[in-house]
Design a protein around this ligand. Structure first.
Ligand code: SF4
Ligand code: FES
Length: 246
């Protein structure tokens, strides 16, 4: 495949940034999107040009580290992570635009790499349970209703990639937060901190500069783990109940 790439280059947080155009002549349609970027970087290195900075770790759709906006869509045209996207999803001769996540709460560090530590701070504020240390409890000690276990498992699939924020015109992280609140709130282990958790997480979310949800649904459509929109309803319901208990 021959490709034209228009890639956002930004030397640091205070640089204005600009789109640069590059050409690749021999890309296998079986390569992954990140392998295609690796090939570009080898070419840039050989030309004495600084390689494009981008994030990745597992390259298996697990860690949530990768993520760029491809032709205007977070993670590109398929429902998957950027690392699991393959070049067969594009056409020979295509021009592909590649940008970082765009959100005030995710400032650009360099090129396609953004600072997503705001998510870590939301989790640190309440996205955990407290448990006594010691030997593992008997698996049957805390029975969980099947429907609740399924719902918790579905929400726990969130990998914290941030595509939901990048897709949302309000740059809201409500889908991410709803996934965490639903995952922990459905299980008995999550009950002791259930009400304080939701209030602390929402407060941190707002302080970090994420926007509010206006029910657009772009977040769920862009989510590589298909987290359903109704986790936001669960979040809002818990928030109201927490408020009435405060
Ligand atoms: S809800 Fe989906 S898009 Fe948002 S951080 Fe989690 S996995 Fe990524
Ligand atoms: S690199 Fe881990 S999910 Fe893409």
């Amino acid at each position: 495949m021959k490709l034209t790439l228009k890639i956002w280059r930004q030397s640091g947080p205070n640089d204005a940034g600009r789109a640069e155009t590059y050409h690749l002549d021999n890309v296998s349609e079986d390569s992954s999107f990140l392998e295609m970027l690796d090939t570009l970087n080898e070419q840039l290195n050989a030309e004495g040009v600084e390689p494009v900075a981008f994030d990745s770790d597992c390259r298996e759709g697990i860690c949530g580290q990768c993520g760029v906006v491809i032709n205007g869509q977070p993670h590109g045209p398929e429902v998957t992570t950027t690392c699991q996207l393959h070049m067969r999803s594009f056409s020979d001769g295509e021009t592909i635009t590649i940008e970082p996540w765009r959100a005030d709460a995710f400032p650009v560090i360099k090129d396609l790499v953004v600072d997503r530590s705001a998510f870590d701070r939301i989790i640190a504020s309440g996205g955990f349970i407290s448990a006594n240390t010691g030997s593992a409890p008997d698996a049957h000690a805390a029975p969980v209703q099947k429907s609740k276990a399924d719902r918790a498992f579905e929400a726990a699939a969130c990998i914290g990639c941030g595509a939901c924020v990048a897709a949302c015109p309000n740059a809201s992280a409500m889908l991410f937060m709803g996934a965490k609140v639903t995952h922990l709130g459905e299980l008995p282990q999550g009950q002791p901190e259930r009400w304080s958790r939701v209030l602390k997480m929402v407060s941190e979310h707002d302080a970090e500069g994420f926007g509010g949800c206006t029910n657009i649904g772009a977040c769920s459509a862009a989510c590589p783990k298909e987290i359903p929109l109704d986790v936001i309803s669960t979040l809002n319901k818990d928030r109201r109940r927490a408020g009435s208990r405060a």
